[in-house]
Design a protein around this ligand. Sequence first.
Ligand SMILES: *[C@@H]1O[C@H](CO)[C@@H](O)[C@H](O)[C@H]1NC(C)=O
Ligand SMILES: *[C@@H]1O[C@H](CO)[C@@H](O)[C@H](O)[C@H]1NC(C)=O
Length: 503
Amino acid sequence: MISNRVLLFQLSLLFLPCFFKFVSPFSHKTPRLTPFNKQAFMISRNPDKVSSAPTISKDFKTHFYTQTLDHFNYGSESYETFEQKYVVNSRYWGGADSGYPIFAYLGAEAPLDDDLGFIGFLTDNAPYFHPLLVYIEHRYYGDSRPFGSLKEVIRNETRRGYFNSAQALADYAQVLLHVKKQFSAHVSPIIVVGGSYGGMLASWFRLKYPHIALGALASSAPILYFDNITPQNGYYSIVTEDFKEASKTCYQAIRKSWSEIDEVASKPNGLSILSRRFNTCSKLKSSGELKDYLETIYTAAAQYNRPPNYPVTTVCGGIDGAPKGTDTLGRIYAGIVSYTGEMQCFDMNEFNVPDDTSAGWQWQTCSEMVMPIGRGEKDTMFQAAPFDLHQFIKECTNYYGVPPRPHWITTYYGGHDIKLSLNRFGSNIMFSNGLRDPYSSAGVLEDLSESVLAITTSNGSHCLDIYPSTDTDPDWLIMQRNIEVDIIQGWIQNYHKDRLSRF
Ligand SMILES: *[C@@H]1O[C@H](CO)[C@@H](O)[C@H](O)[C@H]1NC(C)=O
Ligand SMILES: *[C@@H]1O[C@H](CO)[C@@H](O)[C@H](O)[C@H]1NC(C)=O
């Protein structure tokens, strides 16, 4: 039986958050970081850091909705409820009478508070659309927990049974109808917005609840990373491309480094040598510990490879900038230091601490969100690590006692032959992707119909379009956002035209 540690780590690689809680500059006195925040931790020490904690203004008012626990059953337990958090900002609201829209952010695998200040798209465009802004937390995360502490809930099969995407979408439907009623916003169209897993939810919400959401902006939503629709190595191929594009010599050094690490590790005292060379906080227990750490840094740099400083370029700057004659391992170390800044020492377990949020996402990946992300021999700059579905099923079953359902997502939401199925059925969905984001490998990158559209940027990264706009945004990013705004504007205009011609 595989140990929990191994299982937790493998799954933590599948995290796909958009936004990060600000983490103060690193010091070993700060509390240990959770795996969920690992990218935040790195980005916060990068020159391209999120420069300050977002200020959640007084415009955001928190509410709780008494939510149905089980939307799909009429047994006694389905009458149980829990308090679901949502936040409303009515500062820009143009009013119900003229049918100004509602923009709804659909929360993903994180406490809503982590995301609130980072969802720039809603507030940045609010002066133009005069919308009511609504942000809804995903069930079981943050303060929206049916049964208290998530880690304990996850151990109870009855309680965790209500924790899935279909229930979450039904929650959103109920909250949105409730808000519409509260604000008498009966003629206001709703536009749903989400990123990453939340982007998948936004697109699926439009497909399942077209009578509630007029349209969806699904940013960096890898809806095709299921059921082998996308090649396993899609994710790591793009990580590799990002590095190769930044610098060929950097890419080569990384590619070569894995076997050199193994070679040193196999020598007598090899792990001590490696520990010293990489300045680890405690002695390495295996070369895998170091390799996992490095891999996490490279993948995070690629996933959040955003302007103005492009973390991949930063890592490669260190690798390529090492003094002449530095050996491969020395260059790799220089790359890490260039990214993180000088540190007292490097904690290999930094990204490996389970918390409530990661416990939640692990359950989701071990039940329905089975994304076969792996890589083969020599097809990326990493060593092979194929995704083995049978092994995955075994590990999840050992851990939870129930097997995952790897085909459920495509059964329930589709994905195979997506153009054929959505060409006539789907409408008013925008799939936005930055092609430097490894998850774009499983995104929708071509238009599927006249209004199921792909908006891509060649140099964009994960969820970049829905981040707050800044003075340093490049033109292509400004353009991408403008296109999105125009399209939403068109949806709203058509909606009101249809509505008025009917009455
Ligand atoms: C699991 O949850 C159910 C429903 O809340 C509860 O009745 C049951 O006692 C729990 N089981 C354990 C072992 O705590
Ligand atoms: C994207 O980045 C590459 C390399 O950094 C650059 O050469 C190219 O001009 C950029 N493309 C756009 C559209 O800005």
